[in-house]
Every structure is written in structure tokens, then in C-alpha cells.
Design a protein around this ligand. Sequence first.
Ligand SMILES: [Zn+2]
Ligand SMILES: [Zn+2]
Ligand SMILES: [Zn+2]
Length: 110
Amino acid sequence: MARWTPRPDGGRPEGRECVHIETAEPEATPQSVVCRQCVVLGHDWVALRVCLTCGYVGCCDSSRHGHATAHFESSGHPLMRSAEHGDEWAWCFVDELYLQPCDVSRASTG
Ligand SMILES: [Zn+2]
Ligand SMILES: [Zn+2]
Ligand SMILES: [Zn+2]
């Protein structure tokens, strides 16, 4: 059963869908709590993303290196969620679509 669903305001007014959530594996455990590649380089990052396929943790596009996107480009793993505390969203690199957990779809965000 899909854990994620496209967000109503996911930036795709034409109603684009994500097929990857149908085939997504159970969410992988994050491999770390830091961007290891940035640690090796000695650089800071802005925010972290977790690959839902393998649990890779990489920094976001607002960060200096964008290791999360680099991971998608090298691995083809399409789905990443935010690793930031309190964030409840994921991103499909292939469909360029925001996703939200199925169980919060009825929650009001104002
Ligand atoms: Zn997708
Ligand atoms: Zn990084
Ligand atoms: Zn991955």
C-alpha cells in the first residue's frame, strides 16, 4: 500500500501523478543523520533528504553540493523525503512532484 500521495498543492496543477509511490518499497531506515559526503568535504549543508529506496542521506538543492539530487542522478532512486524534524513531505525527482503522507491528507494546514 502506498504510504505517500501527491500533494494537492504539489506544484502540478495539471494533475500529474507519480507512479513511483505505487511501487515504492517500505521506507528505508536513514543510513546516517548527516550528509556524509559533506562531512568528508568539511562543508555545511542547509537541510537533509532521505532516499526512500535505500536510506541514503544527502543535502538538499539549497545546500552547497546538492548531494540528494546527485544521489538520484547516480542511482535512479526517484523518491526522497525531508529529513528535517517536523517536515512531512517527500519529493519525486522523476515527476518533479511533492508528496505527502497518506494519513495527513485530511489534516488542515490552514
Ligand atoms: Zn514519481
Ligand atoms: Zn552534501
Ligand atoms: Zn537511494
